[in-house]
Every structure is written in C-alpha cells, then in structure tokens.
Design a protein around this ligand. Structure first.
Ligand SMILES: NC(=O)c1ccc[n+]([C@@H]2O[C@H](COP(=O)([O-])OP(=O)(O)OC[C@H]3O[C@@H](n4cnc5c(N)ncnc54)[C@H](O)[C@@H]3O)[C@@H](O)[C@H]2O)c1
Ligand SMILES: CC(C)=CCC/C(C)=C/C=C/C(C)=C/C=C/C(C)=C/C=C/C=C(C)/C=C/C=C(C)/C=C/C=C(\C)CCC=C(C)C
Length: 591
C-alpha cells in the first residue's frame, strides 16, 4: 500500500511552515483590496498574495527578538494571533490605535492556521466557515477583513454537512432552508409542526441578532442605544439569553430520534448536546448556514489569518512571531505590559489575551489567588476535550461523484455521541477548491474528540504507535461506512493528538474551548472581555459567546470596542460603565 509518511509527519501535525517550503509550489490566497494601497497590489484590483508574500509576513522584522521597539508604548498588546486576537487587533488598528500582536508560533491563525506538505494545503482546524457571506450584519469574517481593506474570494458550499446517523438516518443540511426542512419533515412526517416551530424560533432569534449593529455588550452607550432603536429584538435576545436549545426543542418535539438529531446538530458546533447548548448560539449557526450560507475561502482557511495580519501591518500596527509571552506585567494591580520567554518586555495602555482563560489566569498572570470572576468561570465551565486529527491526501478516484464536502458520522449508538472517538467529523475541502491538492487528489480532514489524559506519559515509540492504531481504526470506520478502498487510496497521512494541539496551538490540555460543567443557563455565565484586572482583557473562545471562528470574531469585535472606549478612541460614560459592568458581573453569579 503506497502510504507515504513525510519525515515531519511522524513528528507533528503542525510542524512549522517555514519560508523554505513557501518558495515551492505557490498556492495563492486570493485577496481583493477594498481601499488603500494593498501590499504589492493596486487599488480595487484583485490582488493575489502568494505563499512567498504570506511567508514574508513572518520574516523580516517580525520575529520576536528582532524588532527594536522594546520600550515603545502601544495602545494595546494582543497576546496570540488566533482569529479572536487578530479581529480585536485589526478592529483597534482600524480605529486608529497602535497595536502590537505577539504570537508564539511562526504564522498567524492558531486553530484557524494552515500548513503545507507535498503539494497539499491543510486547514489546521475546521473548514466549515460561518459568517463569510455578503449579507446582513452577522457576516463577521467578511466584515473583519473589510475593516482592514481586504476581501477574499469564497466558494459557496451547496450544503453545510451530511449527517450519517444511527438507524441509517441520513440527513443532508442543504444551503436552502426550505430544502433542508423538507428533507427533515420527510424523515419525521409526524413531527412536521414541531420541526417548523423549533427552527422557527431559531429564525426569530437569528433575525433579532441580524438586525443589531454588533459591538460590545459591556459598553452602556451602545447597549442602551440598541435597546432604544430595536427594543423588541433586544428583549427577544434578553429572553433567550439564559435558555438552551434542548429545552426549547422539547417543548415542540417528542420523537426521541429527532431530539437526538438536534443533539447532533448542536454537538458539531458546541461539543455538547442540545440541552447544554445556549439557544442563541444554536440559532446563530442553524440559521446563518441558510441565510448567508457556508462559504469556503479560495486557497484555504489559513488565508483569513494571513489577510488579517497583512491588513494589520498595512494599518501601521505590528505583529511578531516566535514571541512567547510568559508574563503579563502588573503595576499597582493594573496590566501595563508583557514579558517574553527571552526576557524582552513590551508596554501598552492595555493588554488583550487571546490565550484561553485557563492559560491567562493559570500561567500569564502571576497572582496568588484566582479572582472571584475566574473562580465563577471555572465553576461553570470545564475544558472541552481536544481532538485527534488526521489529515489525508488521497487519490481522487476513491470519492464517488457528487461527494459532499462535510460529513458527520455516528454509526450505531446515539449514546456514543459525546464519547471520545465516538463520532467522526470529516471535511473534504478539495471538493470545493481543488487547488488545495495536487491534480488527481483530494484532502480528507478527519477529526474526533479525544482527551489529553489518553496521550500523556507514553514513551515516544508507544505514542507514535498509538497514533497509528487509533487513526487506522477511524479510517477503517470511514472506509466501512462511506468510502470503500479508502485505506489503499492514501498517499499522505498526518496524525495529530491532543498533545499536538496543546503544543502548536498553546491551548491548555489542547482544549477545543470551554464546555459547561453541567446544564448552563444559556450564555448567562459566559464572561465578556473585561477581567477583574484593570487594563487586562480576554478575547477568543473562553469569552462570550464561546467556541467557533465566527464566535471568536464577535468576541474580537466586542473586545476592540470596549478597549477603544477605555483608551478614549470611542465615546464612553465612566458612571454608566461602572453601573453596567457591576450589573453584568452580578448576572453571571446567578448562573
Ligand atoms: N479545532 C477546530 O476544529 C477549529 C478550527 C478552526 C477554528 N476553530 C475555532 O477557533 C477557536 C479558537 O480561536 P481563538 O481566537 O480563541 O484562539 P486560537 O487558539 O485559535 O489562537 C490562539 C493563538 O494564541 C497564541 N498564543 C497562546 N498563548 C500564547 C502566548 N503565551 N504567547 C504568544 N502567543 C500565544 C497561540 O499560538 C494561537 O496562535 C476555537 O473555539 C474553535 O472553535 C476551531
Ligand atoms: C447585555 C445583556 C445581558 C443582555 C442584552 C440583550 C442583548 C442585546 C443581547 C445580545 C446578544 C448578542 C448580540 C449575541 C450575539 C451572539 C453571537 C454573535 C453568537 C455567535 C455564535 C456562534 C457560534 C457559537 C458558532 C460556532 C461555530 C462552530 C463551533 C463551528 C464549528 C464547526 C465545526 C467543528 C465543523 C464541523 C465539521 C464537520 C461536520 C466536518
């Protein structure tokens, strides 16, 4: 069997994309300039950023130790360049702030990064992109790029996901809402009314969200302004804020298999069942996939972060790589800067951490006792498991004609849904963008939930063997259910464990993000961006509204607005601030 393991594959899933590899086989990200003069391009034309240019972002003066600005004072330092951190940074830069982003790794993006092997371009994480359309107010990825003058070419996905579930239940989530509900009602004709009511409430919430101008819910002038302009919509959102999707589904639906299907719908975006998934988040994803649709960026998901990083620099701010922040520097209890592992220090009016809250308060902030707010967060949320990921290059002939791009597989037993290795996520982005693989080949990105505890303490050889064993079993399951001959069609295989995610994404235990410890009160307990340390903010998936690229993009928008108000780049009212922040803190303790 022609299984080619690249020499680096055995070492890691995310082995660095070094400029050396960037010189070969350019696979351009397509990036359109909206205004201003793009790097190496001209106003308003379609500019193509080649791999070489993308790599240029991470060389020159961008490596941590190389810059000469130590001692300079920035408006904000952002620790980490995940989508959450980059959106916060670019939004601030667009408002005129001087921002420094410090990234531990050698390219931007975190879980939304990419890497290349033997002509294949792999997305590190999910390839299902919400918020990337031209419509409405919730297209937050499109808007984040626009804020720094970029626009990426996208390919519309005709479906979101094809579910293959116990009892041979197969449901394709079509892009068109009517096609989707028609298919679901066909499978569950006795639940027609319940289906229409449940998804109808999702639309009511989505339409309310979509009618608002999205900014910081921690900024009272904006929040009260929205209540004044859109009272019904705001009250709708306030009503559903503490509720979960599973409870609402149970009001209208009795069929156990259909309720389990809704669990699977929620699980793929929250890693928990519907009873634990906040209704606002469920509505957001269950409707955006039909409203704006799922759209894949030409050249791969990694292009989003590269574009944002380029846009940030275009706006006069900075990003440095291999910059491992080890400490947030506190002065009289206020965050004033950061220290790197090489001893260098940088100072700013504010510090924004895109590391998880467990990393921020467990490692970066050195204080004796965890603040009450963080204790409350840890009381309500635990770290969601990490993933085992398998990136495959396969011969195209193994996929039947018309294969859908995204699949979710749970074979025989609904009770395995949330178990480690129980269900399988699969994306085949080359169905949409063939340029990601050499001609005649496809990419299969397979992942399944896995805990770090399964992978720790193993001698190197056993660890490698275990990766092979577990990956082969997952491939066998896919071969049996979906693609006969899959194993023999593999030309490249890279396996990453939770340890890989911990190492290369700098995420505590490789976690996918926070997950409610029990049954949450919707989103009520989820902290926003301010923290109990003056001058220190958090952004990313351990902030409201949680996991997901579009979710962390929203947390970036909110964070930038609150920080901008605090450094006088936006309007603010100190008295109302104190009042609102106090009330919100109190709300969280009720959860
Ligand atoms: N696993 C997936 O399938 C997948 C894929 C894509 C996106 N996502 C979503 O992206 C979300 C995460 O996005 P995010 O913006 O919160 O963060 P992220 O984890 O993607 O990025 C955080 C970045 O911060 C950097 N970092 C962490 N600690 C640092 C330190 N001390 N010094 C310097 N840099 C440091 C990391 O290297 C990383 O690049 C997840 O919730 C997930 O939903 C997930
Ligand atoms: C202030 C207070 C308290 C109150 C007031 C009221 C109001 C006004 C409110 C408001 C609110 C708001 C605005 C909200 C918002 C929200 C939002 C935006 C949300 C969002 C969300 C999102 C999400 C969650 C998403 C997610 C996603 C994800 C996770 C994805 C993933 C994917 C994957 C993994 C894929 C799969 C794959 C396969 C199947 C292959």
């Amino acid at each position: 069997m022609p299984l080619l393991l690249s020499p680096l594959a055995a070492r890691s899933l995310h082995a660095p994309l070094l400029p050396a590899s960037a010189a070969s086989a350019p696979q351009p990200y397509r990036l359109r300039s909206l205004g201003g003069e793009p790097r190496g391009g001209s106003r308003g034309r379609l500019a193509v950023v080649s791999e070489k240019q993308a790599a240029a972002v991470v060389t020159e003066k961008t490596l941590a130790g190389e810059g000469s600005d130590e001692g300079a004072r920035y408006d904000a330092i952002v620790v980490g360049s995940g989508i959450g951190g980059l959106v916060a940074a670019t939004q601030l830069a667009a408002k005129g702030a001087r921002v420094l982003v410090l990234e531990k790794y050698i390219i931007p993006g975190g879980s939304s990064g990419y890497y290349r092997r033997d002509g294949f371009t792999f997305d590190v994480g999910s390839s299902v992109m919400f918020g990337f359309s031209e419509k409405g107010n919730l297209n937050l990825i499109t808007r984040a790029l626009e804020a720094v003058g970029c626009k990426m070419e996208v390919i519309p996905d005709p479906s979101t996901v094809h579910f293959h579930l116990p009892g041979d239940l197969s449901v394709l989530v079509h892009r068109e809402y009517n096609d989707f509900v028609k298919e679901l009602i066909n499978k569950f004709p006795h639940e027609k009314e319940g289906i229409l009511k449940f998804y109808g409430i999702c639309w009511k919430i989505f339409n309310s969200l979509n009618s608002l101008e999205l900014k910081s819910l921690e900024e009272p002038l904006y929040l009260f302004g929205q209540f004044f302009k859109k009272p019904l919509e705001c009250l709708t959102l306030a009503y559903y804020l503490p509720q979960n999707a599973g409870d609402i589904a149970r009001k209208f639906i009795k069929d156990q298999q259909l309720l389990s299907f809704i669990d699977a719908e929620c699980f793929i975006v929250s890693t928990v069942n519907a009873l634990q998934t906040p209704m606002i988040n469920a509505s957001m994803v269950l409707c955006d996939r039909h409203f704006g649709g799922i759209n894949y960026p030409v050249g791969g998901v990694g292009g989003i972060a590269v574009s944002l990083a380029n846009g940030l620099v275009e706006k006069g701010s900075e990003i440095r790589y291999r910059a491992n922040v080890t400490n947030v520097i506190l002065e009289h209890g206020k965050a004033v800067g950061v220290r790197l592992s090489n001893g260098k220090e940088f100072f700013a009016k504010t510090v924004i951490s895109n590391a998880t809250r467990w990393d921020t308060f467990g490692k970066l902030v050195k204080i004796e006792e965890l603040p009450e707010e963080e204790k409350n967060f840890q009381k309500n949320y635990v770290k969601a498991p990490s993933f085992l990921s398998i990136h495959l290059g396969v011969k195209a002939s193994v996929l039947p004609a018309g294969t859908d791009c995204h699949h979710f597989l749970l074979e025989d037993d609904w009770s395995s849904l949330e178990n480690p290795y129980g269900s399988i996520f699969l994306s085949i982005p080359t169905v949409l963008d063939p340029s990601l693989a050499p001609e005649g080949h496809h990419i299969l990105h397979i992942f399944t939930t896995a805990g770090i505890e399964d992978w720790e303490g193993l001698p190197r050889k056993d660890y490698e063997q275990k990766k092979e064993l577990v990956a082969n079993e997952i491939i066998r399951r896919l071969e049996k259910k979906l693609f006969p001959g899959l194993k023999d069609s593999i030309v490249l295989k890279e396996v990453g464990s939770p340890k890989t995610h911990r190492r290369f994404l700098a995420r505590n235990d490789g976690t996918y993000g926070p997950m409610p410890r029990g049954k949450p009160k919707g989103l009520l307990a989820m902290p926003f961006n301010t923290t109990s340390i003056d001058g220190l903010y958090c952004v990313g998936d351990s902030c409201f509204p949680g996991q997901g690229v579009i979710a962390v993009a929203f947390s970036g928008v909110m964070c930038a607005h609150r920080v901008a108000a605090d450094i006088d780049l936006e309007q603010r009212s100190p008295i109302l601030d104190t009042g609102l922040l106090g009330v919100l803190r109190w709300f969280r303790t009720l959860a």
